[in-house]
Write a protein of this length. Structure first.
Length: 163
């Protein structure tokens, strides 16, 4: 989905919330959007439309998105903790403003968090190295059917049963 079409679906309250959020750190807007666009582009290239489902490719997209936002912000401010904190705020807000079914939302939040954890390992990696890293991690991704099962895999990518 294109950013513009997503924005058009927002209510006034959602747009206001997004605006206030972005104004808190206006210098972070461009690197965040750049990372978002890049993550989508990479996943379109690797997976086609498949990453828009709830399978392994979706798990990769969410982790990659989180890593790239962290990496872009880290390059600017040289502060790992603040980079991770901003990324969490962005990705959590996205899930609130463009919600899925509860289990899908939990899965997306989980994979975003795992991506932020992976950032500690890959912060100086090139995009190609990050993709290779995630290709290895997705081989160990866990298929889940409920929220409780996700809790047992805090450091692993997860995807939904049947996807």
């Amino acid at each position: 989905m294109k950013f513009g079409s997503l924005i058009k679906r927002f209510s006034f309250k959602q747009l206001f919330r997004l605006s206030i959020f972005m104004l808190q750190n206006p210098l972070f807007i461009y690197p965040t959007l750049k990372a978002t666009r890049r993550a989508i582009g990479i996943c379109n290239s690797l997976f086609g439309k498949e990453h828009h489902g709830n399978g392994k490719s979706n798990a990769v997209r969410h982790a990659l998105w989180s890593i790239l936002i962290c990496q872009n912000i880290f390059k600017m401010i040289k502060n790992e903790e603040k980079s991770i904190h901003w990324t969490q705020k962005v990705t959590d807000l996205h899930e609130k403003l463009a919600p899925n079914a509860p289990l899908e939302t939990t899965m997306d939040l989980h994979n975003n968090e795992v991506g932020r954890k992976y950032f500690n390992t890959v912060k100086y990696y090139s995009e190609e190295e990050i993709i290779l890293f995630l290709e290895e991690k997705v081989l160990k991704a866990k298929e889940v059917s409920d929220t409780n099962t996700m809790l047992n895999h805090k450091n692993d990518l997860v995807y939904l049963t049947g996807e």
